[in-house]
Design a protein around this ligand. Structure first.
Ligand code: G3H
Length: 487
């Protein structure tokens, strides 16, 4: 509710995935601590968001669009002052390379500025009058209420802000649950929220989901759930809401995006793009390529070039030059990745690159695993880490069947230089996923393009333009056409 509160309550220590030598061996470095919101503050934050919205009659939801834009511009101004410290925290806290951490910050600022531009266009469109069947009307974009916004550690700033910022600028009030990792990176921005927006508009929480998010959902006072994470958690959260049919959900969820390298592919292009797609930020992206199908005729050439290129990727600390592989923030991830590799090896696959899967403290060296088949965990599970599972195939029906039977449908990347083959594959996949990439890796950007998914991959659409619509309703002001309404 816009107040800074002195804190004597419980805190969570925040550790870096970067380890330092201690007498007990390599240990994760302690970076700081963060207050755990208790049940009491959680309910106060919820009440503040509900009161600030005030059934749509509060200061923020009734503020004219130009004034809301001014607040957002003030926020961006204050945010930019914190650029260096936020970038440094992203490196220390989640192990993002300097290049990726810088890109994440700058991309988020661009996203906000583009959102402001898109809102100006939408507002212009909304102020036009339309006339049909003797009725004249203006369609206004109106907010939905209280939005709970939460997201994952991999893009703690960029991803969460792709829901929080459009929801906010459309006049909704916000409950913002900070991510488990990447939480300190938000700390320098909390004051900017406080300074730029009216009291109670943005309310920040941190703590265990079961302790703070469950009571919020159970209260029934949240109108929109904006969540980026797993479909299992999203379904659990939705079920807690007493009137789930009144809840709008904007979700970005599971994805195990496939690449398909046919015998007509340019193998060098495919190798290069598959490495970017599978291993950027150690494979910790929802849009990462997580399974690579390669046609048997070119499998030997592809896997040989792929494993040589993966073996050459430089591991190191996030701020070191040319580093591509960095420590992983999630404590249980190295053991999980090892179990996936062991499972595949026990069923006949091999790790092709030297050092593949090697682990030290929070580092896991990427592994190219081949040949992967349907019996293995790596065929089905979203590894969200540095493993590149490769599946050989004879008929193109095999990767198509994979997507037909999958519970997810986000993206696919097709590698082929044969136009007729590409055209046929586009026609098959465009109805199975929400983005088909041709001779390039899978990715979310540019942020002005729609970002969604089928099946368990998403609900609603996020892009600079779509998100403004997702977090608002079209509200009509209508009158009969008479001499007075005409003027
Ligand atoms: O984890 C999902 C991110 O939104 C991916 O963004 O594809 O631009 O890296 P990106």
């Amino acid at each position: 509710n816009g107040a800074l509160v002195p804190w004597n309550g419980p805190v969570t220590n925040v550790y870096s995935p970067v380890c330092i030598p201690t007498p007990n061996g390599l240990t994760k470095k302690l970076l700081g601590s963060i207050p755990n919101t208790t049940a009491k503050e959680t309910m106060e934050a919820l009440d503040a968001a509900v009161a600030a919205y005030d059934n749509g009659l509060g200061e923020w939801p009734t503020m004219p669009v130009e004034a809301r834009i001014k607040c957002m511009q003030q926020f961006v101004y204050l945010m930019i002052q914190q650029r260096e410290v936020v970038i440094r925290l992203l490196m220390w806290e989640i192990g993002k390379t300097l290049a990726d951490a810088t890109k994440e910050f700058d991309r988020t600022v661009d996203y906000i500025n583009d959102t402001i531009g898109a809102l100006k266009d939408l507002d212009r469109e909304s102020s036009r009058f339309q006339q049909a069947e003797g009725t004249i009307a203006q369609i206004r974009r109106a907010p939905l209420g209280v939005v709970l916004s939460m997201g994952p550690f991999n893009y703690p700033l960029n991803e969460i802000f792709t829901t929080l910022i459009p929801a906010l600028i459309m006049g909704n009030t916000i409950l913002f649950k900070l991510p488990k990792h990447g939480v300190l990176a938000h700390y320098p921005l909390l004051n900017a929220f406080k300074e730029a927006f009216p009291k109670g508009t943005v309310n920040t929480l941190y703590g265990k989901g079961s302790e703070i998010i469950s009571p919020i959902m159970e209260s029934g006072k949240v109108n929109v759930l904006a969540f980026i994470g797993s479909s299992k958690v999203a379904n659990g959260l939705k079920k807690l809401h007493p009137k789930v049919n009144r809840l709008r959900a904007i979700l970005s969820l599971d994805a195990k995006n496939a690449a398909i390298v046919t015998k007509h592919a340019n193998i060098d292009v495919a190798v290069n793009e598959c490495i970017l797609g599978a291993l950027s930020f150690n494979g910790q992206r929802c849009t990462a390529l997580k399974l690579i199908f390669v046609q048997k005729e070119v499998a030997a050439e592809f896997t040989e070039k792929l494993s040589a290129a993966v073996a050459a990727l430089k591991p190191g600390l996030p701020w070191e030059n040319g580093v591509r592989i960095t420590p992983l923030p999630e404590d249980n991830k190295p053991a999980y990745l090892k179990a996936c590799i062991d499972d595949a090896v026990s069923k006949g696959a091999k790790v092709l690159n030297e050092n593949g899967g090697f682990q030290e403290a929070s580092f896991v060296f990427p592994a190219v695993v081949y040949p992967v088949n349907e019996q293995m965990k790596l065929y089905h599970e979203e590894q969200f880490g540095p493993i590149v599972p490769v599946v050989p195939f004879e008929s193109i029906d095999e990767p198509i069947n994979y997507q037909v039977n999958a519970s997810h449908g986000m993206q696919v990347s097709i590698f082929s230089e044969e136009p007729a083959e590409v055209a046929k594959l586009i026609d098959s996949f465009v109805n199975l996923v929400s983005r088909v990439n041709i001779n390039c890796q899978a990715q979310r950007s540019p942020d002005v393009f729609p970002f969604t998914g089928r099946k368990d991959s998403a609900e609603g659409t996020l892009s600079v333009f779509d998100a403004l619509r997702s977090f608002s309703i079209r509200s009509l002001v209508a009158a009969k056409v008479t001499e007075s309404t005409k003027t």
